[in-house]
Design a protein around this ligand. Sequence first.
Ligand SMILES: *Cc1c(COP(=O)(O)O)cnc(C)c1O
Length: 355
Amino acid sequence: MKKYNFNAGPSMLPREVIENTAKQILDFNGSGLSLMEISHRAKDFQPVVDEAVTLIKELLDIPEGYSVIFLGGGASLQFMQIPANFLIKKAAYLNTGTWAKKALKEAKLFGETVEVASSADANYSFIPKDYQIPADADYFHFTTNNTIYGTEIRKDPDSPVPLIADMSSDIMSRPVDVSKYTAIYAGAQKNMAMAGVTVIIVKDSELGKAPRPLPTMIDYRTHVEKGSMFNTPPVVPIYSLLETMRWVKAQGGVAEMDRRARERAEIVYGEIDRNKLFKGTAAVEDRSLMNLCFVMNEEYAELEKPFLDFATGRGMVGIKGHRSVGGFRASCYNAQTLEGVNALVQAMKDFEAEH
Ligand SMILES: *Cc1c(COP(=O)(O)O)cnc(C)c1O
């Protein structure tokens, strides 16, 4: 049976990315060696890193004065590495969910923090709008897409201070004005690559200002200066990242990714709102285009498990919601197809007809 991958992360990648990466794992550029066996310093691998950096800069229209680096440790390591490098006196954080809260927790280890707003009391079902960012903060940190709760900030917020964002689950799904940011980071396994690499975009002029000794590996300058080759980078994940960036470019870039995301979301949210069995969990104006969360309407609560089984029987994979929200989550990252969302919607319609 054909499977439709709605996993939240690691998640669906374009088929050709997987096939091309698989080929290089068997025989890297006709060298007779596997991508898994070559030195990261091999002359053939440097062009992989270089092209990946160039494509990221091109696709996100990154201005001069920014570096793109590839590290291990996931977005979770960035929760501490960001404040270690950029928190001088005070940092402002917006608490919109589990990941935002984790980022704030780590920042507290490095200095004064201000939680400008939180939607924790409403189980993070909306994005707070009325808040003041202190003008004397070093940066304003926010999570663009709340993977677990299905809310998203799809527009660079107005702020009196530079922005820093965790874009793990919606990077490359829309244009971004990078010039407003001191840093952008993303665990690549949602929208850019297989798991194992984190992409960090940093503004060079903001580096080296931290008033604390930084361990070599934590100082972004180490990795900027060595072109992500200070230590062994995750070679295979970086290769899959390159293939995904080539794919995004060939499809028409982030503007086209944005258009597709809107198209898919309209279809799925349209059905959630129409179907008598289901309702969305996030405030309508804050609905994520990447992670579409919905639950059974109260009177049909007992149909949750039966619908999960029904949809699974139709080939849907990974639609069970995160335990903190319950219900269902259809993750529709860049690689998600119209065929996939239409199959999900058809399953919702057919299940409704049976009940
Ligand atoms: C998945 C996710 C993370 C965690 O990423 P790791 O790479 O597993 O550390 C952080 N933030 C957001 C928004 C995520 O979606």
